[in-house]
Design a protein around this ligand. Structure first.
Ligand SMILES: [Zn+2]
Length: 212
């Protein structure tokens, strides 16, 4: 593993590439589409030292925009660690404020049968009117983050923004609240029938099972 010189300011892109979080190959995404780039943020978040640098970059942007939350909530599993790191960076930057909560929302099946719904469990809860930043590691369609924004709103708390490490939608996602991200990418994704990598004869791998 390449070690990063954390004394140097690093862009999110440099950091992701340095730790091997930015994978290139031929991937089959959860959406069923194929693509040549996959960002596995847990490869950087496994090192809190580096994750905190990214979290601090997000917090600096949030403060500039006057978006200071009381709680940070992210959808499991992708946002696990990231929500904690962002809350820790907020606490470090604004020590005079009350401590910031970090909560992951868990995937559940809701009453309507939606198997990809989210809930806050484990005895944790948001207070009415609490300002909440929803975080995600990588947004592709933003569907998970949007569900968590709705969950926060239904709980009576106030979603004030969404914060991601990477927005790979090319800035096409509209959450209806400010969306702050460290890196915006517009990476092509293909239907299998139109995938140039399939046409060249290689087989796609599911990123989670990739050891590359
Ligand atoms: Zn393909």
């Amino acid at each position: 593993m390449t070690s990063l010189n954390t004394a140097d300011a690093q862009s999110a892109e440099q950091m992701l590439k340095s730790v091997g979080a930015w994978l290139t190959g031929h991937f089959l995404f959860t959406s069923g589409l194929h693509g040549s780039d996959y960002i596995q943020c847990q490869r950087i978040l496994q090192y809190p030292r580096y994750g905190l640098i990214l979290a601090q970059q997000l917090v600096d942007q949030l403060i500039q925009l006057d978006l200071v939350p009381d709680a940070v909530v992210g959808p499991a599993l992708g946002a696990i660690h990231w929500e904690l790191l962002v809350a820790a960076a907020l606490d470090k930057t604004l020590p005079e404020r009350p401590p910031v909560k970090a909560i992951f929302a868990e995937r559940v099946t809701d009453d309507s049968g939606d198997q990809n719904a989210f809930a806050i469990r484990r005895g944790l809860e948001l207070a009415a009117g609490e300002k909440v930043l929803v975080v995600e590691d990588v947004t592709t369609t933003g569907a998970s983050a949007r569900k968590v924004v709705d969950l926060v709103r239904r709980s009576g708390a106030q979603p004030i923004g969404v914060g991601a490490i990477v927005d790979r939608s090319g800035s096409t996602i509209d959450f209806g609240i400010p969306f702050v991200k460290l890196l915006t990418l517009n990476l092509p994704a293909y239907k299998e029938s139109e995938c140039p990598m399939c046409q060249s004869g290689t087989k796609p791998v599911k990123p989670g099972s990739s050891k590359g």
